[in-house]
Design a protein around this ligand. Structure first.
Ligand SMILES: Nc1ncnc2c1ncn2[C@@H]1O[C@H](COP(=O)(O)OP(=O)(O)O)[C@@H](O)[C@H]1O
Ligand SMILES: N[C@@H](CCC(=O)OP(=O)(O)O)C(=O)O
Length: 369
């Protein structure tokens, strides 16, 4: 069976007023995870809460803003959080494993494959990996920034069947239901592009302790569904609903997986890598790669930004700056500055040596979903 990934946010793990752990919710979640294991599902839990639990432990009443303080608080909270999980899972003789990741761990192909092998091995051993961002050492450039995105990348990495995003609202609405009582519930999203027509208001940062709010859950749904994962946003205070959803109940907001899931390597190019630059393409080049299935040639590039080397990831944008694709570039930014807008047969003479015919080959290019 393909794995199930569950992500639980700080807002569901802690009590809103005191910031203390919501122990009964966590205990029910643990029971549900053990039930899923009994049904044969490998399970990965992505758990937030290090900063929230650390704050409660240290008597802080607000999430710290200074980076060093947040990192220190996360170091206090992460250990406590794991201890609580281990105590509860031990009641079911269920081994768990702590996996702390930074973006850099997935950005390099060899480290990505290494992370893949470790997850496979943990799941084969019957352990439940409990994943969080390695907040204590993550620096800004190498951060996922929020666990919604991290959970979708993990779901893609382990080729999960389901990703459940457990939060403090029962589903996605047309607007933040806390601000707007007339907000309409959204039950099923067949295709991510359907969301544009709904003109959602997904508010700001989320609850006091949460990071990212609904916006990062939509990003997670985008990453997950493009990897063939069914993504569900649902109420974290009702973990038993997960079992009902698996049996077909209409609970939460479900995002249908894309039928043509992209290959593991292309998923890594699209979401694992950290882009080092941007190439701005004219409309002919956008058409060639988006509808013609072609590679990107120097002739279609109008401008570029950033400093990159061959095989780095770059974003391919139209002239309005909208990202249309991502790919591995065959030239450094210095070489590309000399040849952008030029025909392929002029390139060798301009650079003074043989050069690849394409700037981004179609095998190394992934369209934005
Ligand atoms: N359109 C929307 N539909 C549902 N919730 C929304 C919407 N826009 C903003 N929100 C807010 O997002 C919050 C959940 O995000 P967040 O606090 O980051 O949770 P978590 O800690 O679970 O990641 C909800 O409490 C809700 O107020
Ligand atoms: N890594 C951080 C959580 C980051 C995050 O995305 O939080 P949340 O929005 O509560 O899921 C922590 O453990 O506190």
């Amino acid at each position: 069976m393909r794995p199930i990934v569950l992500k639980i946010g700080t807002s569901s793990l802690t009590q809103p007023d005191s910031g203390r752990l919501a122990l009964s919710t966590i205990a029910t979640l643990v029971e549900v995870i053990c039930d899923l294991r009994d049904r044969g599902y490998p399970v990965v839990l992505v758990s937030s809460g290090a900063v929230g639990v650390g704050c409660a432990r240290l008597g802080l009443t607000e999430r710290p803003k200074a980076i060093a303080q947040k990192q220190a608080v996360a170091a206090v909270g992460q250990g406590r959080l794991m201890r609580v999980y281990d105590d509860l899972f031990s009641q079911f003789d269920q081994p768990i494993a702590q996996v702390l990741l930074t973006r850099g761990d997935l950005a390099q192909r060899s480290r990505y494959i290494n992370a893949y092998s470790t997850f496979q091995e943990l799941l084969r051993m019957g352990a439940i990996p409990i994943v969080n961002e390695n907040d204590t050492v993550a620096v800004d450039e190498l951060k996922f920034g929020d666990n919604d995105t991290l959970s979708a990348l993990v779901a893609s990495l382990v080729e999960a069947e389901w990703l459940f995003l457990l939060t403090d609202v029962d589903r996605l609405y047309s607007a933040d239901p806390r601000q707007n009582p007339d907000a309409e519930p959204i039950r099923l999203v067949e295709q991510m592009s359907d969301l544009e027509a709904l003109e959602l208001d997904i508010g700001g940062r989320g609850s006091q302790w949460g990071t990212g709010g609904m916006a990062t859950k939509i990003t997670a749904a985008q990453i997950g569904t493009s990897a063939g994962v069914r993504v569900v946003i649902t109420d974290g205070s009702q973990p038993r609903n997960l079992l009902k959803i698996l049996e077909g109940a209409d609970i939460g907001t479900q995002f249908a997986p894309q039928p043509q899931a992209t290959s593991a390597r292309k998923r890594w190019i699209a979401h694992g890598l950290i882009p080092a630059g941007k190439l701005y393409l004219d409309s002919g080049a956008v058409r060639a790669i988006c509808t013609g299935g072609g590679s990107l040639l120097a002739a279609g590039i109008r401008d570029l930004e950033g400093e990159f080397q061959p095989q780095d990831a770059v974003q391919l944008c139209d002239l309005e700056g909208r990202e249309v694709a991502r790919g591995l570039v065959n030239f450094s930014h210095e070489a590309l500055e000399k040849i952008c807008g030029k025909r392929s047969d002029e390139i060798a003479a301009i650079l003074g040596h043989d050069a690849p015919e394409t700037v981004v080959h179609r095998d190394n290019l992934v369209l934005a979903s």
